[in-house]
Design a protein around this ligand. Sequence first.
Ligand code: UDP
Ligand code: MG
Length: 326
Amino acid sequence: MSQGIIHSVIVPLYNEELVIDESYRRLKAVMDSTNEKYEIIFINDGSKDRTKLKADVICKKDKNIKLINFSRNFGHQAAITAGMDIALGDAIIVIDADLQDPPEVMLKMIEKWKEGYEVVYGKRAKREGETFFKKFSAKMFYRILKSMSSVDIPVDTGDFRLIDRKVCDSLKSLPEKNRYVRGLVSWVGYKQTFVEFVRQERFAGETKYPLKKMIKLAVDGITSLSYKPLALAGYLGGITLTLGGISLIINIVKAIVNNLSVINIETMFSMNLIMFGLIFCVLGMLGQYIGRIFDESKGRPIYIVESITSYREEQENNELRKISNQ
Ligand code: UDP
Ligand code: MG
């Protein structure tokens, strides 16, 4: 079924007419140097420029290239998912088209894979040619996500990574739609390691990740791996309720000591705090249920089995040998 293909390289493309030729040249040079059978899968994610035309030309002259054309722009994560769905290789590498992830790093990833690692992610030691805002927001996001999630998500890594066939098949078994692929790779587990690299400046063109798409990716990342934000209302409610309770006691005592009516503006304010606190606590409780419903609706398997080992036959044979020796 795999047609002897060892490596599959997945390259999502959205309006990349300025980079596709150079990207192909560099990817081909690196993959040829492995002397192993490979395929490069271009996923044209509904580009509006000449990306499709150019990819078609490359595809026609090089039989190692496959091209998937989406009917419209479905987004980077959908493009990667489609690539994984058709990849035939034993090792699958996801890389951006714009050469920010240097193709030569793939060789280091392949080396680690041959050592026995099943996930090798690219860790950005440094990012060049990106705005302060992009670097800062990315740094903050990866750290917030790590602190919120119960799975160990490596910081400063994008989708540039190699995964083993086993990992790819596990990812394919996850039916959820709003995918944050790099988080799901952490979630499925397996033996993981990283190689460090310097993220380069874009070869040409502009980022295809405007703020709106970045926010969507961040929200997908957080909501798919944690429902702590839903519990936030509960914490807020708890704090407000406690503050309301304390201030009510103080205000009542103050009113009694000063011989004033207990029903005054201050005690009313405290009562208000208590009521808000109660409402938020109930919202937090609802959040817990909604979180669990959300978890169930994602339809993820409860566990993923990497392998099953049984020494039963061996033990039984040993027993038999013992008996026959007696
Ligand atoms: N991309 C895509 N669909 C999109 C947006 C981006 O397939 O809707 C591809 C894009 O062509 C590139 C990769 O995803 O190969 C990463 O995008 P980009 O380099 O623009 O993101 P940045 O590096 O600026 O975060
Ligand atoms: Mg880029």
